[in-house]
Design a binder for this molecule. Sequence first.
Ligand code: TLP
Length: 346
Amino acid sequence: MHVVDLRSDTVTLPSDEMREAMAQAELGDDVFGEDPTVNRLERMAAERVGKEAGLFVASGTMGNLTSILTHCRRGEEVILGDQSHTFIYEGGGIAALGGIHPHTIPNQPDGTLRLEDIEAAIRPDNVHFPRTRLICLENTHNRCCGVPLTPQYTGAVADLARRRGLGIHLDGARLFNAAVALGVNVKELAASVDSLSICLSKGLAAPVGSVICGSKAFIAEARRVRKVLGGGMRQAGVLAAAGIVALEKMVDRLREDHDNARRLAEGIAGIEGLAIDPANVHTDIVYFDVVGTGLAADTLIKRLSDRGVRMLSVGPKRIRAVTHYGITADDIERTIGVLEEVAKPV
Ligand code: TLP
């Protein structure tokens, strides 16, 4: 049975061109700075987002962890959204490994943090408090329906950060989705932040890896942190080669994923018992509720899976589907058909 796997855009398999590039990659020891393919990927990623330097890391989680450990010392504090990936899904790594205190404030439904909430969360200089050091944003925002943050909003938070002497880091796991959705150059979305982590292994379909980008000085420091975390990967060019193809060939096609997500949302909106606001589908991520079916999300997931469609339950009554490379318009029509069949409370 052909399986339509919509659990995440992380399930993408490398294209033939990526596999070929991996097989042919020129390699060296990256801990010595001698892997030409890694060096090329790092330069290319930095250039794409308009920063001085880049650092190849194993994952988005490692990208955020390495960046935040580079910005903050033990006992210092980072302000971040209560729905952010770093706060919810990264194993508490910044606290566990860095002794960094997460100070969460509410993510608004549009993925933003209110400027007044950020201001209010910054600690006064007083021995009782941890020192506030950093603000983190996420673009697109995974838990907030994949919504993109605009360059204007990011700039406003960066102005605040600068005025208050704080750093700003961006979890840009899906920053290229944001750029495509907003019709802006990715550089505009990255211009005002000090550091960002972009993922190659989500919508861009590389098998492994993320790149941290920032100033030369920041990346030099992050390189030390990455080594401490065990992330010195030696002949990593074999992976970076796929990342280069991802940046060169896979960005423009993200539009297809967004179109498929929109079509899926429209289909879901027409099914009795399922609830979705198609206007709240912005990129490749689709969330919907199953309350009206009288079924648990897990039950629906099981029924879908028995018919070759895979999605993730993200709450007792809530499901997430993500479109990506390898998912066609036909797969979406089939998914809508299967959903119609299984959404009945029998
Ligand atoms: N997100 C995964 C899961 O962890 C939830 C997914 O399927 O969406 N930042 C953001 C915004 C992410 O969505 C993810 C992955 C990461 C960071 C971490 O990336 P990896 O999985 O490469 O460590």
